[in-house]
Design a protein around this ligand. Structure first.
Ligand SMILES: CC(C)(COP(=O)(O)OP(=O)(O)OC[C@H]1O[C@@H](n2cnc3c(N)ncnc32)[C@H](O)[C@@H]1OP(=O)(O)O)[C@@H](O)C(=O)NCCC(=O)NCCS
Length: 420
């Protein structure tokens, strides 16, 4: 007999429901239980928490963060759009593989569009095999890189001159720096697509670092970069001391590195790879990050692999198209598959002029056939439609695919996204 699965959003003021979400999350993620209850409750997604029941029993949870995503503008650069960041997804071990996740995903996508009025949902995946089936595409990737102590960055003198005008100050991360972090993150987000900006409230939480959550490492630090009295960058990092046969071999972990320009990035990076008593600095960079381009090759960064970074799901296609820049003019008929949000599936005429895109319904034969996940994959410029066509995911008329591909390409690939 099919299960009876219901998904409901909790009342943010309902403490018992928030506790229920936390309890199930700790079970799903095998939490150590060392984090004090009050701290764990503070970090539980209360604004938008969801509970799924199966045949009347609590079976699954999910949360959604209030985020902004930087999407490409027509001439390079990016602009921020409101999005929903899916998080805290978990299904009770007694209810797995019975469709609970599927029900929660469909609910979240409809809720994002119909109740939040947002055109994009995003997530970071714990496992790569789960989310493609729900119309998400891998929109950005990161190199799992580590920089040896004293790494030299071959930045040109013009960039170095700007770095030298940049002042660095180290502080300990604290919630009272949340507003400053948030303002800087919003400014950086206009430089390139792929930035994900947490809300001002969540930024404060992000900078709250309790002894129980940090294990052996030191308290999180913020390294602020300023120029002419303005913030131009900030690194969120921590050090973990280590000794190998009497030699200092500590590790610096960089959680995130914000910078408004290459000079600020160089100044921050040079400090982070040259901290006394440390042996290496782990920081995962996007392939187009200037830090990678100042190395002789990617091999110099001890890249241990490539990881998917942000997954993007378009939930309101006409709005998403209108809100994203187009690099060249387009006029193609596109057939979109969407098995969950079926009302945005079907045939559309996709036009763009002077950088601005528009979608209207069409009865014409399609020039291009694709899945909504193909659009998620190319939305930030991290993949091309041509590559997806070569793989057989996108089909249709070659010239039409090329036209749409050129319109959606970006000069520089997306940045990596802060964890959420
Ligand atoms: C991953 C998890 C949420 C799946 O929940 P679930 O209710 O068992 O999933 P469903 O029964 O709704 O499955 C939906 C589909 O996803 C697939 N799927 C589920 N878990 C998967 C996994 N870990 N890897 C690949 N595919 C998976 C199912 O096979 C099913 O595929 P189908 O539609 O082709 O039949 C659950 O196993 C869990 O809580 N895992 C631990 C926490 C976790 O990884 N959360 C994800 C955070 S990003």
């Amino acid at each position: 007999m099919p299960s009876d699965i219901h998904v409901t959003r909790i009342d943010p003021a309902d403490d018992a429901a928030v506790q229920q979400i936390l309890d199930l999350d700790e079970l799903v993620w095998s939490a150590s239980g060392r984090v004090p209850r009050a701290d764990a409750l503070r970090d539980t997604p209360r604004r938008a928490g969801f509970v799924a029941t199966r045949d009347g029993e609590p079976a699954g949870i999910a949360g959604s963060w209030d985020v902004e995503l930087s999407v490409p503008t027509a001439k390079g650069g990016a602009s921020l759009r409101p999005a929903e960041g899916l998080t805290w997804v978990g299904v009770h071990p007694d209810h797995r593989r019975r469709g609970v996740l599927g029900a929660m995903m469909a609910h979240h996508l409809r809720w994002t569009r119909d109740e939040q009025g947002r055109s994009i949902a995003v997530l970071k995946a714990s496992e790569p095999g789960i989310y493609g089936r729900f119309g998400y595409g891998v929109a950005s990737s990161e190199l799992m890189s580590s920089f040896a102590r004293g790494t030299k960055f071959a930045a040109p003198q013009s960039v170095r001159d700007i770095a030298e005008l940049t002042t660095l100050r180290t502080t300990t991360a604290s919630p009272d720096q949340g507003a400053r972090w948030h303002a800087l993150a919003r400014e950086c987000a206009t430089t390139l697509p792929g930035h994900l900006v947490r809300s001002a409230e969540d930024s404060q939480r992000l900078l709250t670092d309790t002894p129980e959550s940090r294990g052996e490492r030191e308290p999180a630090r913020l390294l602020w970069a300023t120029r002419d009295g303005h913030d131009v960058g900030c690194a969120y990092f921590h050090r973990t001391p280590k000794w190998d046969d009497g030699s200092a071999a500590g590790k610096v972990g960089v959680f995130f590195l914000l910078s408004v320009d290459a000079g600020a990035r160089l100044a921050l990076a040079e400090r982070l790879v040259d901290l006394d008593l440390m042996g290496s600095t782990e920081y995962w960079v996007a392939p187009d990050d200037v830090l990678a381009l100042w190395q002789p090759s990617l091999r110099s960064m001890s890249v241990s692999g490539v990881a998917d970074n942000l997954w993007v799901r378009l939930v309101d296609l006409p709005t998403a198209v209108a809100e994203r820049g187009h690099a060249v003019d387009v006029d193609v008929v596109v057939q979109v598959r969407d098995e969950i949000l079926t009302d945005q599936a079907g045939t559309w005429r996709w036009t763009a002029g002077a950088g601005v895109g528009a979608l209207v319904r069409s009865d014409l034969e399609p020039d291009v056939v694709l899945d909504i996940s193909d659009l998620g994959a190319v939305w930030l410029g991290g993949q091309s439609l041509a590559a997806r066509a070569a793989a057989g995911h996108v089909t249709g008329d070659r010239d039409a695919i090329t036209q749409l591909d050129l319109a959606l390409r970006t000069p520089i690939g997306p940045v990596g996204t802060i964890d959420f």
